[in-house]
Ligand binder design. Structure first.
Ligand SMILES: [Mn+2]
Length: 197
C-alpha cells in the first residue's frame, strides 16, 4: 500500500494553518496552535488513532478561538481525505466506546464520501479553562465537510466537562483507527457495492 501521508497548507485572512498527517504512524504529535485545550484534545486523536500529526496554526486569537478551531478542523479534514486516498482495502467503518471515570462517549464513523455530523454532547459547563466547548462542534463540522465522512458523536454519560470532551476525542481517535485499518482480504476491494466511495 502507498504511503498514507499528506501535508496541507491553508491560508486565509483569518488563519494560516499547516497540517501534516501520517495515517500509518505511531501517535507522535506536535501542536503549535495557541489553543492549548484543543492541542490536548488533538493529542488524543494522534495517540489513540495511531496517526502522526503535526499542526501549526496562526489565527486571529485576539478576536476569539472560533476561526482558529474551525479552520484547524477544515485543514485536518482536507489532509485526512488526501492521505486516505482511494479507500481500497480499508475497513471503512469504525466505532468506539471510551470511558473516563464517570464519563462515557461513543463515536461511529463511516468514510462514506458524504459529509455528515450528528453530535450530541450535553456539556455540563460552557467552558473549560477559558475555552468555549461549543467550538468543538465547529471543529468537527469543519472536519466532516472536508474529509467527506459521516460522523456520529454521542456523549452518553458525564459530569465533568473535561472528561466528557476527552472521551469524545479518544473515541474519535479509536474509531478513526478502526475505519482506516487495512484488511488483507480486501487488498484490492473497494468497501462499497457502488465500487467507489
Ligand atoms: Mn485531560
Amino acid at each position: 500500500m502507498a504511503e498514507r501521508k499528506a501535508r496541507v497548507e491553508r491560508n486565509t485572512l483569518e488563519t494560516q494553518i499547516t497540517v501534516e498527517i501520517n495515517l500509518d504512524g505511531t501517535g507522535k504529535s506536535s501542536f503549535e496552535t495557541g489553543v492549548p485545550f484543543l492541542d490536548h484534545m488533538m493529542d488524543q486523536i494522534a495517540r489513540h488513532g495511531l496517526v502522526d500529526l503535526n499542526i501549526v496554526a496562526n489565527g486571529d486569537l485576539h478576536i476569539d478561538d472560533h476561526h482558529t478551531v474551525e479552520d484547524i478542523g477544515i485543514t485536518l479534514g482536507q489532509a485526512f481525505k488526501q492521505a486516505v486516498g482511494d479507500k481500497k482495502g480499508i475497513r471503512r467503518y469504525g466505532h468506539a466506546y471510551v470511558p473516563l471515570d464517570e464519563a462515557l462517549s461513543r463515536v461511529v464513523i463511516d468514510l462514506s464520501g458524504r459529509p455528515g455530523l450528528m453530535m450530541d454532547v450535553p456539556y455540563t459547563r460552557g467552558a473549560v479553562g477559558g475555552f468555549d466547548v461549543d467550538l468543538f462542534e465547529e471543529f468537527f463540522h469543519g472536519f466532516v465537510n472536508h474529509s467527506m465522512v459521516t460522523l456520529h458523536i454521542d456523549n452518553l454519560k458525564g459530569k465533568n466537562t473535561h472528561h466528557q470532551i476527552e472521551t469524545v476525542f479518544k473515541a474519535f481517535g479509536r474509531a478513526l483507527r478502526m475505519a482506516i485499518e487495512t484488511d488483507e482480504r480486501m487488498a484490492d476491494i473497494m468497501p462499497s457495492t457502488k465500487g467507489c466511495l
